[in-house]
Design a protein around this ligand. Structure first.
Ligand code: SAH
Ligand code: SF4
Ligand code: F3S
Length: 438
């Protein structure tokens, strides 16, 4: 190790799981004597923690790599690519003029200190093997202290939805033990954190040999000092009654369920191998709303999957109309190498048609989101204050239990980030509620 510890800059792309992994990587590197900096210009090592879920996620990373070229030539920057794209980049690394010195996949972060040391001495290296066991449960993530934190409770995915690259980039499902997760939540609470979000690709598959996900959620909700518990994502194919009871019945479990639909058409659902039908999904929504009427539902949609016709696409729009989600993330289908869909089906919906379908759904959903938010006017909601509003330092910004951003004037001087307060809603836009503390 040189006299001055090398400075690392990490940039994170993709989902919350990657955000969490970046915190693990920071912890591993800190223990090996590295320090951190907040820009590539002041760094000795730049790490990109990458996402492979859609083509544009890929392109973003290539764009950033290109921008680092000059810095690398100037001052011999070490460049590492971590995360879900690492697997796909093996070939590039081996090419002679590649900018990349180090590759590490999601299960190989313990190897990073050694890989970086070798890279500093001019030897490129990679660690991209997937593990059936690695959960990093003994590593305490190095977090930016704040009101909210993520905890990964399981890693990997065994579902193999035909469109999805995650089972290939993150490997097989494995869960952490309940005790380890609870201890992490307790440590977070002791450091002032008020909200934890439990993360997994399909949290309903969580199993530690003794406990299922509902047990885990309830145990975390009982940790003293944790005011709110969230989770993402459950898969609609196996949403147990016990989990619904936990969400509906526990005051500190947020009344918000993100329930990825993907498509409202049965033939496309089958091609995606989602293993539920439109009718089964709608029955689940009904069951959830009957047991917990105040629940906020959100979803993910893919438009333009292989062979989707206009008529089949219309089934998705129709389902959005019927369910009226509070929010929907709408993506155009992006073929990923090696997935089942890439091997079995033609990516035959023209790009223009895909884009038009996304635009149509986004517009349609905006109308519903606005309507839902306007319905909140006059109601009083509980908001967890996260910080100052973006537009004005005289306002607080926080979220409702349903995860809706809420902005209100700083009239109550006793509030601070981490405070829970009641806010009466007076106005709303598609994305934000406005109100006053009561
Ligand atoms: N495990 C989570 C999803 C993680 S990926 C779950 O099943 O809920 C997040 C979202 O990205 C998915 O729900 C899906 O809507 C979208 N997605 C995944 N693969 C995609 C692809 N090839 N093209 C477009 N969108 C995709
Ligand atoms: Fe991908 Fe399906 Fe696993 Fe979600 S459940 S990560 S969409 S394979
Ligand atoms: Fe997340 Fe992207 Fe990997 S969504 S799991 S970082 S492919």
């Amino acid at each position: 190790m040189p006299l001055r510890p090398p400075a690392v800059f990490i940039e994170t792309f993709g989902c919350q799981m990657n955000e969490y992994d970046t915190e693990l990587v920071r912890s591993i590197l800190k223990d090996s004597g590295y320090r951190f900096t907040d820009s590539a210009d002041t760094a000795d090592v730049v790490l990109l923690n990458t996402c492979a879920i859609r083509e544009n996620a890929h392109n973003k990373v290539y764009g950033h790599l290109g921008a680092l070229k000059a810095l690398k030539e100037d001052k011999g920057l070490v460049i590492g690519v971590l995360g879900c794209m690492a697997q796909n980049l093996k070939k590039d690394l081996l090419e002679e003029n590649s900018l990349i010195d180090v590759l590490a996949g999601p299960d190989s972060y313990r190897a990073l200190p050694e890989l970086l040391e070798k890279a500093a001495a001019g030897r490129k290296g990679m660690a991209v093997d997937l593990s059936e066991y690695e959960t990093y449960t003994d590593i305490t993530p190095d977090r930016i202290e704040g009101v909210a934190a993520w905890i990964a409770v399981m890693r990997g995915c065994d579902n193999f939805c035909t469109f999805c690259v995650v089972p290939y980039t993150r490997g097989r499902e494995r869960s952490r033990e309940l005790d380890g997760v609870v201890r992490e939540a307790e440590a977070l609470a002791a450091s002032g954190c008020k909200q934890v979000t439990l993360l997994g690709q399909n949290v309903n598959s969580y199993r530690d040999g003794t406990h299922d996900f509902a047990d885990l959620l309830l145990a975390v909700a009982e940790v003293r000092g944790i005011e709110r518990v969230r989770f993402i994502s459950p898969h609609p194919k196996d949403f147990p009654e016990k989990l619904l009871e936990a969400v509906a019945g526990h005051p500190r479990i947020c009344k918000h369920i993100h329930l990825p639909l993907q498509t409202g058409n049965d033939r496309i659902l089958q091609l995606m191998d989602r293993t539920y039908t439109r009718a089964e999904y709608l029955a689940l929504v009904d069951q959830i709303r009957t047991r917990c009427p105040e629940i906020i539902l959100t979803t993910d949609i893919i438009a333009g999957f292989c062979s989707e016709t206009d008529k089949e696409f219309a089934d998705t729009e129709d389902l959005l109309r019927e369910v009226e989600y509070h929010l929907a993330y709408i993506f155009q289908y992006s073929e990923r190498k090696n997935t089942i869909a890439a091997r079995k089906y033609a990516d035959d919906v023209p790009a223009g048609v895909k884009a038009a379908r996304v635009t149509k759904l986004v517009e349609f959903q905006r109308g519903i989101s606005l309507k839902k938010n306007l319905e909140m006017i006059g109601k009083t909601v509980e908001v967890l204050v996260e910080g100052e509003g973006k537009r004005s330092r005289d306002q607080w910004m926080g979220r409702t239990g349903g995860n809706i951003v809420t902005v209100f004037p700083k009239t109550d001087t006793s509030l601070k980030p981490g405070s829970l307060t009641s806010v009466r809603i007076t106005d709303a836009t598609v994305t934000t509620l406005y109100g006053e503390a009561v």
